[in-house]
Design a protein around this ligand. Structure first.
Ligand code: F6R
Length: 592
């Protein structure tokens, strides 16, 4: 949802900005741009398309400027074109701004400034920031920015540079993420930690309502009233290697293959503290799970486990639907927010508004130090490492580990129930050995235009997740349904051109699922199965079959999802699509 980066020091800023932007490209890739302060002039270069277009445009240019800002865009206001690409400037070209988020009252400000004679160049909300800072400037960039933020409504992070103070960046966080990176004689800002990893591991994630005044020799943090704050830096433990492709063609494939390790690492987090948690689900009337996309699907699986082992009713809601609802939520409720990034605006803001109504907020996040992590009463971490591919894979299975651990923490048999999980990394490895076979199957279906995914009980959310993976990276229309619901309408879609992926491990609803599979066959649908190895009955119904090792019913989602991730990946790759950065999407969605 746009990525911003900034550098001030003694090295050529451009190199730092471009490397940082490449690592932020997952946040948006409609256009990219940089602004540098050189000889008291702003040098601005922008290109539509990916960072590589910008790099091409800058190829061979010797830019020695040591302060600059950069941006990669996911368009919200204004079409994708060079004019709307960031950085944006004031009329005299003395101030440049990069921005992530939305300025909700930009129209009002724009009209006001137009009456003063200001002429706009772009159709973005961001441009108002550049004009306001210029108008508010009286010799000190920090004061001008503080005056400006008092006028802005919305959720945003932005950074400003000016020709008038060449070695200074002032950046603001309010609702969108921003991290300060600390170096020796040089300092950085970025929307996310991976952009900083090539340069430093010492970071300060900013909180909402904070402004950083960045110079080569220091980073001072203020609140919006201009009061200086003292903040501790933290050391990032991820290494740069885990944020790189490591020989795989795409990050997504690498991340699918990392799952034995990431499931194991997340599990270790619980083993090391004896599976105990600082709160009990049983103290609450109900659990309200709030999440989006893949994290929402993990929440749906968690519901079955929590209701089974903790006996507490669970509701799972799309975060974007909850925020403006009148759902009666209070002190008796535990809100469980699930988010890989910990920055998703829908999830954060709906969870926070439930917290304001008195609920206890627990979150499951992958990014330590993210906004949700800091805003929650308790955080449970997935230890999946950075996930760069836009389609979530390894963080999904890591979220399942946490949800399962949370559910069984209430059982007298929690240790033996957790012990079962210890075998999951090995079983995932077994599924991954089937990758070539899954690829062959995937290629057969790559030219189809639609697909239906069916599952029951724990396999229903897996069906939703399988369909989401396929549509987001291959652009093939795919829908997941509870298999039993087919006969109430969607079965009308089945004919000889409709691939139907049925997820049918041997669980309490296996026989029912087989009946639903027969119903598909009776209407000439093409059946592709995901089920236990050795389940000859199910396999014999299917045109193609992806086997997983037999496991206890509870654990099936950890395994059934893996062939579906690979199935979607190989199809999208075969179609020549940009698997890691599918069109129209962004990894971290910080707008509502
Ligand atoms: C799907 C995907 C998205 C995210 C959703 C929530 O592959 O990546 O659907 O799951 O945007 O993101 P987080 O978990 O960061 O809140």
């Amino acid at each position: 949802m746009c990525g911003i980066v900034g550098y001030t020091g003694s090295a050529p800023a451009l190199l730092v900005l471009l490397q940082g932007l490449e690592r932020l490209e997952y946040r948006g890739y409609d256009s990219a741009g940089v602004a540098l302060v050189e000889n008291h002039h702003l040098l601005i270069e922008k290109r539509v398309g990916k960072i590589r277009e910008l790099i091409r445009a800058l190829w061979g240019k010797e830019l020695k400027a040591t302060t600059g800002i950069g941006h990669t865009r996911w368009a919200t206001h204004g079409e994708v074109c060079e004019l709307n690409a960031h950085p944006h400037t004031d009329e005299r070209g003395e101030f440049a701004v990069v921005h992530n988020g939305i300025i909700e009252n930009y129209r009002e400000i724009k009209e006001e400034l137009e009456k003063l004679g200001v002429r706009y160049k772009s159709a973005t909300d961001t441009e108002v920031i550049a004009h306001l800072v210029a108008l508010n400037y009286e010799g000190d960039l920090l004061s001008a920015v503080l005056k400006t933020v008092s006028r802005l409504r919305g959720a945003y992070a932005f950074a400003v540079i000016t020709t008038k103070e060449p070695n200074r960046i002032v950046a603001v966080k309010y609702g969108s993420p921003l991290v300060v990176g600390l170096g020796k004689g040089e300092n950085f800002i970025a929307s996310d930690i991976p952009a900083l990893l090539p340069f430093t591991r010492d970071v300060i994630p900013l909180d909402d309502g904070e402004v950083v005044d960045l110079r080569p020799d220091g980073a001072l943090i203020y609140d919006f009233e201009g009061n200086l704050k003292t903040k501790e830096s933290m050391r990032v433990l991820w290494d740069i290697i885990s944020a790189e492709k490591g020989g795989f063609k795409h990050f997504m494939l690498k991340e699918i293959f990392e799952q034995p390790r990431t499931v194991g690492d997340t599990l270790k987090g619980f083993v090391s503290r004896d599976y105990s948690l600082p709160f009990s689900l049983k103290d609450f009337r109900r659990v309200l799970v709030v999440a989006c996309g893949t994290s929402y699907h993990a929440g749906l699986i968690g519901k079955y486990w929590i209701e089974k082992y903790a006996g507490v009713p669970v509701e799972v809601v799309y975060a974007s639907e909850l925020r403006y609802s009148d759902s009666p939520v209070g002190e008796e409720d535990l809100v469980l927010a699930i988010s890989q990034s910990g920055e998703t605006a829908d999830t954060r803001f709906s969870a926070l508004s439930m917290k304001e109504r008195g609920a206890t907020l627990v979150s499951i996040v992958n990014v330590m130090g993210s906004a949700l992590d800091r805003e929650s009463d308790y955080t449970l971490y997935t230890h999946a490492g950075p996930e760069i591919g836009v389609a979530a894979t390894k963080t999904f299975t890591a979220q399942l580990v946490v949800l399962y651990a949370l559910a069984v923490s209430h059982s007298k048999e929690k240790e033996s129930l957790m012990d079962r999980l210890l075998r999951i990394p090995h079983f995932i490895e077994e599924v991954l050995t089937q990758a070539e076979k899954i690829k062959e199957i995937a290629l057969k279906y790559a030219e189809y235009k639609n697909a239906i995914y069916l599952g029951r009980y724990l396999s229903y959310p897996v069906a939703l997740e399988g369909a989401l993976k396929l549509k987001e990276i291959s652009y093939i229309h795919a829908e997941g349904y509870p298999a039993g619901e087919m006969k109430h309408g969607p079965i009308a879609l089945i004919d000889e051109k409709m691939p139907v992926v049925a997820i049918g491990p041997k669980d309490r609803v296996h026989e029912k699922l087989l009946s639903n599979a027969e119903e598909v066959l009776a209407r000439k649908g093409i059946l592709i199965g995901v089920g236990f190895e050795g389940d000859e009955k199910f396999k014999s119904l299917c045109r193609d079959y992806m086997g997983i090792p037999p496991v206890e019913e509870d654990l099936t989602p950890f395994l059934t999802v893996v062939p579906l991730q690979l199935f979607a990946y190989y199809m999208a790759d075969y179609l020549g699509l940009d698997v890691d950065q599918p069109r129209n999407l962004a990894k971290t969605v910080t707008v509502e």
